[in-house]
Design a protein around this ligand. Structure first.
Ligand code: THU
Length: 160
């Protein structure tokens, strides 16, 4: 029997540990929660993408009475970026969530569908997207989407 282990390094940072651009990105994700449309879950999620150009793109979760129709904050931001900034490289994503007027103590991590969507972009652009998950007790940083979701299914998976 063969066996292998997959490890993911997570750096937990407080605001003082972060560079000014990192803090700015986290603050943008927190701010983006305010535009969440979440009358069903009352869970307001914000995502902020840092582009190589320096620009920040934000998105928030947008729900629907037909629940599966809604979009997570991450894909709202990602697809807006794909549609309006085609060819731009994304260097980082920050994610924050609040409910009942308070940001979560522990960070929330992107759902599987959003990880898959992010992974496609990471592979397409050929460079890592740093993931920054904000919680009141610390921001958990992972070096890439692939590190967050190893054993991926991607375009090359279909090559023989
Ligand atoms: N949600 C996000 O926007 N991003 C995540 O990473 C997890 C979940 C949204 C979907 C739904 O509108 C609400 O949070 C509750 O699941």
């Amino acid at each position: 029997m063969k066996e292998y282990e997959i490890r993911t390094r997570v750096n937990v940072l407080v605001m003082e540990d972060m560079s000014a651009p990192e803090r700015e990105l986290v603050e943008a994700a927190k701010k983006a929660t305010e535009s969440s449309y979440s009358p069903y879950s009352h869970f307001q999620v914000g995502a902020a993408l840092r582009l190589y150009s320096g620009e920040i793109i934000t998105g928030s979760n947008q729900e629907n009475a037909a629940y599966p129709v809604g979009s997570c904050a991450e894909r709202t931001a990602l697809f807006w970026c794909g549609a309006n900034r085609p060819g731009e490289t994304i260097t980082a994503i920050a994610i924050a969530a609040q409910t009942g007027g308070r940001f979560t103590k522990d960070p929330i991590a992107p759902c599987g569908m959003c990880r898959q969507a992010l992974l496609e972009v990471e592979h397409k652009q050929g460079s890592p997207i740093k993931v920054m998950l904000y919680g009141e007790d610390g921001t958990h940083c992972i070096e890439s989407v692939e590190a967050l979701m190893p054993l991926t299914f991607n375009a090359e998976s279909m090559d023989i």
